[in-house]
Design a protein around this ligand. Sequence first.
Ligand code: SF4
Length: 416
Amino acid sequence: MDKKRGIYIHMPFCVQKCNYCAFLSFKADGSPRKEYTDALEKEIKLRAALENEQGSKKIDTVYIGGGTPSVMDISTVSEMIKTLRRSFDIDEDAEFTLEANPATLGRKDGVMLAKLQAYKFMGINRLSMGVQSMDNDRLHFMGRIHTAENVARDMHFIRQKGFENVNLDLIFSVPGETAEDALSDLEKILALSPEHVSCYSLQIEEGTPFGDMAERGELVEVPDEEDRDTYHRICSRLKEAGYEHYEISNFARRSENDTDGRSVYRSRHNSLYWNMDEYIGIGLGASGFVNGVRYKNTSDLDEYFAAINEGRLPVAEEHVNTAFDNISEAVFTGLRRREGVSYEEAVSAYMKAHDAEDIDPQTDNDFRDFFWEVFSEAKPEAEAYAEKGLLIIDDTGLRLTKTGIDISNSIMSLFV
Ligand code: SF4
């Protein structure tokens, strides 16, 4: 299968840690940012050399995430991207995303415009902004460094500089927040006409300030029922506003350029993950999936630097996917998409693994029969979910219903 690949690059620095954040990120002040981007450049070259040995592929998407990539000095990001372009064959039409947080693009208008201009010059054509809320009290409570006014100002300059593909993230079910509060945030986000919206309910994670507060009984999580009600109201409002709900948490604005009912603004990079496509992960804690092997880089900054300085890849874990891993992951990730997963797609993932049985399915029925042969133990429970209206099982594959999304983890775990 001649699919293209993506590249993910991790920038682990932020202005400060948000109260709910369990991502791999550190306070940027006093951090070795330049040393880090220098190390990234070396890792890029090491990965590219390995790719050349094993057979490189065109790169269809690049995603610079974090952390907060927009806190990084423009000159270091620019050098890193030049190295990336020299090392990999990046498609002219590649989706090239940079995550940015409001209030990190520049306090003065001129600074912000220059930064955005530099991003354009580097070929970045999609920005993903961690807005999270449009209520200043809630933003402050979450430990965010920006205000709703910052978001509006950033979007004004982002549009002025000609960015035509912008994602805005929204977090709902923040303790103390009602469904109406979340919908009011959403209205303010919609007023900015983003091409893409990602909506997540707040997860209280151990080891974060919110996790500590919850342990001390100082924070009450939004009950599940309310959380699910808010989620479905958000989905309905986005649909009404002309967005395609294409993945559990992701919505893409419809446009006249859509083909086959799919919005052109779907995140191509994130779709790689849900489609079991390949991607190269670069940077601290980054994961990759290349030639049937899943790997994860070390999350320890000292270990990361030590590996790079010794001229080796900073990989901490590596796993060669079996045929069962492949089919299982294809179902697990495919069910996140509203169109679900087809038997053909899942069985094709199976057939790509090194230890796959030698099978030659030709028809839809062949794919379906083999799929259920692999998941014969899961079948009765899957059918029980289907009877309850939570899962649709038809001749071509399976997909979650709206209510099935609420218990997606239980349904997906049948196939693990
Ligand atoms: S900006 Fe994002 S990555 Fe950084 S601390 Fe906040 S939630 Fe975490």
